[in-house]
Write a protein that binds this ligand. Sequence first.
Ligand SMILES: Cc1cc2nc3c(=O)[nH]c(=O)nc-3n(C[C@H](O)[C@H](O)[C@H](O)COP(=O)(O)OP(=O)(O)OC[C@H]3O[C@@H](n4cnc5c(N)ncnc54)[C@H](O)[C@@H]3O)c2cc1C
Length: 502
Amino acid sequence: MQDKSVPEEFDIVIVGRGPVGATLANLLGLCGVRTLVLEREARTYHLPRAVHFDDECMRVFQTIGLADAILPHVILSPGMLFLDADGRMLLDWSRPQTLTPMGWNLSYRFHQPDLQNVLISGLARWPHVTLRNRCDVFALDRDEHGVHVRYEDLSNGKLSEVRAGYVVGCDGARSLVRRLIGSGMDDLGFHERWLVIDVLLKRDRDDLGDYSIQHCDPRRPATYVRGTGTRRRWEITVLPDEDSQGIAQPAKVWELLSRWITPDDAEIERAAVYTFHSVIAQQWRNGRLLLAGDSAHQTPPFLGQGMCAGIRDAANLAWKLGAIIRNGAAPDTLDTYQSERQPHVREFIELAIRLGGVINTKAIGAGLGAGEARENAPVKLEVKKPLLGPGLALDELPLAGHLAPQFTFSDGSRSDDHAGYSHVLLVESVAALPSPLTLSQAGIKILTGDDAEDIGRWLREHGITAALVRPDRYVRGTARNHTELERLIAAVIPSTHVPSAA
Ligand SMILES: Cc1cc2nc3c(=O)[nH]c(=O)nc-3n(C[C@H](O)[C@H](O)[C@H](O)COP(=O)(O)OP(=O)(O)OC[C@H]3O[C@@H](n4cnc5c(N)ncnc54)[C@H](O)[C@@H]3O)c2cc1C
């Protein structure tokens, strides 16, 4: 029985079980790390926020074994079209309906509470992960051995304290952990009020279409998004002289929606004004305190990347924490978390701001990395994923810091499922390896061209003989010859092993 005078001990305390905290807790569950999640609210926030996530997020959900549970809650998105005030197409951002190299589709639509519920249910699989709802964290006191986390159980007013090796603030935009870290925010300059209206259709309105539409009308820019089921969303700019409360009143909302739908078609689920920000925390870590998700960065939603960025944070951080706690990796490995993630998220936020400029028709197509413009045809938009910033990647080598593809085995199974939550070395054949035993003792899986033909093809295409892929599926380093391979292996052993929960 727990001695009440001695605080309970955890390796990690996560503050907040939004999508980012819940994903991180599932990943730490895979590592076998003793984790406590403290969440202020009793239940998942029931109103919709994020409506889109990408192939890389789905790959993280595959890693935590929840992709199959999530699939019934998503639909594929055909993409987004940008129309001018007269309905002419300015930009065509269609998404391919085929699988990407990640092994998933590029764009999924979903209802955020559905996703969060799956992520939270998934926590029950991990015996060493504990979730406590209605627990409001109010103080973090650090000493050289750890952090005292103090919280109030809001169901009975009881104050409690636990000890943690590390605390991760997944506590959203108004993060307490960020304030206790003492981090300010870099302001990237975008702050706009938008009225977000979610409706539930009462009858078929197939004519609204499946594409998201950006109405680039300088008088009143607006966005339409098809949600899952009967959900449809409009996001409408609030003009400078308009009052945030007044514009969200039902009569005004229906007036604004009247060019698309009427009360005969739908009921309003929620209408609220959000101010979209573009900010990045200056310091994501202070010793044993870390930030992930909206606590570390916020973006205008035009690329649908806010939550996705937080899921990437969780993926980057979890295996590093696992390696430190379970396998004695050096704590300064955590310095690479911000250095890798911050430039990546900054690039996405800057692109979202430029996209916002297009929607506000300030700069049609400018600087969007758009594909080729054809005469009398809309510009095709293609968005390239940013690379990781400097960190663990052995970056003088090709492909370091890129996401590795996911390969399909001859029996139809997928390489990530074979790799598990480990480093994996991709090689043409085991015969090419100097020390397969040392690798497997260090927890590094080996996948070869015999497992999946595409592995060999991919290595040859990039002029490499081997690639070392991290548990978050980013390439840590590659080798073009035997000497480079030995160097690659020497650089990662023995700190690579992510312990399994078994
Ligand atoms: C209108 C809109 C549209 C969006 N569209 C998209 C999109 O299409 N795609 C996308 O990727 N993103 C989108 N986003 C962004 C996305 O919703 C957020 O990025 C995401 O919810 C952030 O997740 P999080 O877990 O970091 O924080 P949150 O979801 O904010 O969760 C934080 C949690 O921490 C808890 N908490 C806070 N303080 C404490 C404390 N002291 N103690 C205990 N618990 C605490 C809170 O109760 C909460 O549950 C959109 C956002 C909005 C508003």
